[in-house]
Design a protein around this ligand. Structure first.
Ligand code: ATP
Ligand code: MG
Length: 334
């Protein structure tokens, strides 16, 4: 086996007329790992994925998937990869099973091979019961799962997922994460885009934060959080009437205490876990009841806020219309 990364992007740029959608993005995804492209609406996530999956030629820069150049070896790239695009691409008038068979056959699998693979995927994505119903009758979550199953039929070594869990309920999202972790355990490399910080935190080995087509930061989730600042001690007192007392008590221990009266919450910068123990004892001694007391590390949300100047908005403004003529290729790229 060669030791090339599963995906490598070098200075990728994409212009649409005067719009610079992607403005010099570079990263590398080692085989068997998960990279998250994290960014708000319009950041350039889909455009980057489309360049990597041969659907849209880069204006400049290069990219390789499984060692193959996306521009000059597109066919080899397509054989190595799977794609679940941002919009569902399954055929509404076919059943779930037929969709899987169709794409399996189109990717060159024999009739004999495609059946057990299809059954296995239907099972894995909890679609066995619905396998013979037309997709038109599926819920959004079921479609999303079928979309994923379809992109896996040809056992790709690299899987691209453009916002795989957007629109799913929390339960389905967690189920899907579990399926994705299973794929990674079996050696698949994942590149996913997401606007959900928790998703990036839960699934990704590395995160690349992009906005306005540029990389703002990259690193492991922990590295990014460390960058966002230190941990804090957070106390929520039970009785709002004792908030002042609690504040005085905290001020004994910390130089700065931040009070949110409506939430009955007090926050101070922590030096470590010992601070939590000390404060806990002081509250017990003073007999001030608390609903919650603990050490809070900065979240990816804080990271995102620091970098982009705004919080992540999973349900933010609508993505703009896609008038790229090579969009139709999306279905053929599996
Ligand atoms: N086919 C196109 N023609 C013109 N402009 C485009 C096209 N595709 C994308 N853009 C523009 O490029 C920029 C990046 O879009 P892109 O779809 O890559 O963002 P995104 O990060 O995927 O956003 P979202 O989270 O909304 O899916 C946006 O300003 C968008 O309007
Ligand atoms: Mg997108």
């Amino acid at each position: 086996m060669t030791d090339h990364p599963a995906v490598e992007a070098v200075d990728l740029v994409k212009h649409f007329g005067a719009t610079v959608a992607v403005d010099g993005v570079s990263f590398s995804v080692p085989r068997g790992t998960v990279l998250g492209l994290l960014g708000p609406n319009g950041a350039g996530k889909t455009t980057t994925v489309r360049m990597l999956t041969t659907l849209s030629p880069p204006t400049s820069g290069t990219a390789r998937v499984a060692g193959h150049d996306v521009r000059t070896e597109a066919a080899a790239v397509r054989r190595a990869m799977g794609l679940t695009g941002q919009a569902a691409t399954v055929d509404e008038l076919l059943t779930g099973r037929e969709n899987l068979w169709l794409i399996g056959r189109l990717s060159g699998l024999s009739r004999r091979a495609v059946r057990p693979l299809g059954d296995d995927l239907l099972e894995r994505f909890s679609l066995s019961d619905a396998a013979d119903r037309v997709v038109k009758t599926y819920s959004g979550g079921m479609r999303r799962r079928l979309d994923l199953a379809v992109s896996l039929i040809a056992s790709p070594s690299v899987l691209f997922l453009d916002e795989p869990t957007t629109g799913l309920d929390p339960r389905s999202r967690i189920d899907l994460w579990e399926v994705l972790r299973g794929l990674v355990r079996d050696g698949t490399t994942l590149l996913l885009t997401t606007q959900y910080l928790e998703e990036a935190d839960q699934l990704c080995d590395d995160i690349v934060v992009i906005d306005h087509g540029r990389v703002l930061a990259s690193g492991t989730p922990t590295q990014l959080k460390d960058q966002a600042g230190r941990a804090s001690v957070v106390v929520t007192v039970s009785d709002p009437g004792r908030l002042d007392e609690a504040e005085l008590l905290m001020r004994d221990c910390f130089a700065e205490v931040y009070v949110e009266p409506a939430a009955r919450k007090l926050t101070a910068q922590a030096r470590g876990l010992a601070d939590v123990a000390t404060i806990g004892q002081r509250f017990v001694a003073a007999d001030i009841g608390v609903d919650d007391l603990g050490l809070a590390r900065p979240s990816l949300d804080d990271v995102f806020l620091n970098l982009t100047g705004h919080r992540a908005e999973p349900d933010g403004p609508e993505p703009e219309a896609d008038d790229d003529p090579d969009h139709q290729l999306e279905g053929a790229a599996r």
